[in-house]
Design a protein around this ligand. Structure first.
Ligand SMILES: NC(=O)c1ccc[n+]([C@@H]2O[C@H](COP(=O)([O-])OP(=O)(O)OC[C@H]3O[C@@H](n4cnc5c(N)ncnc54)[C@H](OP(=O)(O)O)[C@@H]3O)[C@@H](O)[C@H]2O)c1
Length: 244
């Protein structure tokens, strides 16, 4: 069994795929969760400790079962650390709230907020007796701080995710077996999510198009490298919100 375990949601695209690729290393076991598997990640994972778990994280069903499957694969006696990276999210629906269907609202809140909360709770409970370094990193966004028309669900779920992580960070500070819980805002990256934002029919699409044409979007591979170094920094404190 390798020394370090990483559970990554939204591993099929953008930042999650880059994190997965860069964490594929002989000392690591990388467990990827998303609806689809990334072909490059699968190819690069040959010979490494890797597993892919197909799940729709915009539904509650299956969350506990998948955590059960994942934890059944881990041999506690061998590992030094375990890290959950709550990365999966969606910017959709991009429309005024009265135009969103109930299903769209529920799916967005479940994926962006309820699922990370459930996984955090599940992770802390399952590992509470473990004497290894435990970390939960949630990927947030600058949108948590900037209200935007047509993006009320994305902005508010990211804002709530920040507050949730800060609260759990405080809870963990008074625990005798502390889990490090913190947030990383990756900044704007050239990914599928950005493409959705610039191709959507709303006021801010011109802003997002300008960011792309002016070269202001970061390469997700570079962002992933920085995030891995933040995750492994000894300076991390509970409840921190880091900006890449
Ligand atoms: N891109 C930016 O400019 C930017 C800026 C600030 C913050 N962020 C944050 O960075 C993180 C990564 O974003 P990204 O730009 O890399 O996004 P992305 O390229 O759109 O990738 C999103 C990932 O989430 C997964 N996902 C979406 N819906 C899912 C569902 N229902 N069930 C399971 N997995 C689902 C997708 O996998 P499947 O489709 O295979 O399920 C995919 O792997 C997100 O938390 C985002 O909010 C991004």
């Amino acid at each position: 069994m390798p020394d370090h375990v990483y559970i990554i949601t939204g591993a099929s695209s953008g930042l999650g795929a880059e994190l997965s690729k860069q964490l594929l290393h002989e000392d690591n076991y990388v467990l990827c969760l998303s609806r689809t598997e990334n072909d490059d990640v699968r190819r690069q994972a040959a010979g490494h400790n890797y597993s892919f778990h197909s799940i729709d994280l915009s539904h509650m069903e299956g969350l506990n079962d998948i955590m059960q499957d994942i934890f059944a694969k881990i041999e506690l006696s061998d590992i030094e650390s375990i890290t959950l990276i709550n990365n999966a999210a969606s910017v959709s629906p991009i429309k005024d709230i009265q135009d969103c269907t109930q299903e769209e609202i529920m799916a967005n809140i479940q994926l962006n907020l309820t699922t990370p909360i459930m996984l955090t709770s599940n992770f802390i409970r399952r590992t509470s007796e473990w004497n290894v370094n435990r970390r939960i990193v949630s990927i947030s966004s600058g949108s948590a701080h900037y209200p935007a028309q047509g993006m009320s669900l994305y902005c508010s779920t990211k804002s709530a995710l920040n507050m949730f992580s800060q609260c759990v960070g405080l809870e963990q500070e008074r625990s005798t077996n502390e889990v490090q819980v913190f947030v990383i805002d990756p900044g704007m990256m050239d990914t599928a999510m950005q493409k959705i934002a610039r191709n959507s029919d709303f006021e801010l699409s011109a802003f997002f198009s300008k960011q792309k044409s002016e070269g202001n979007l970061s390469d997700p591979a570079n962002v992933a490298t920085k995030i891995i170094s933040i995750i492994n920094s000894p300076l991390i404190k509970n409840g921190d919100i880091h900006r890449v």
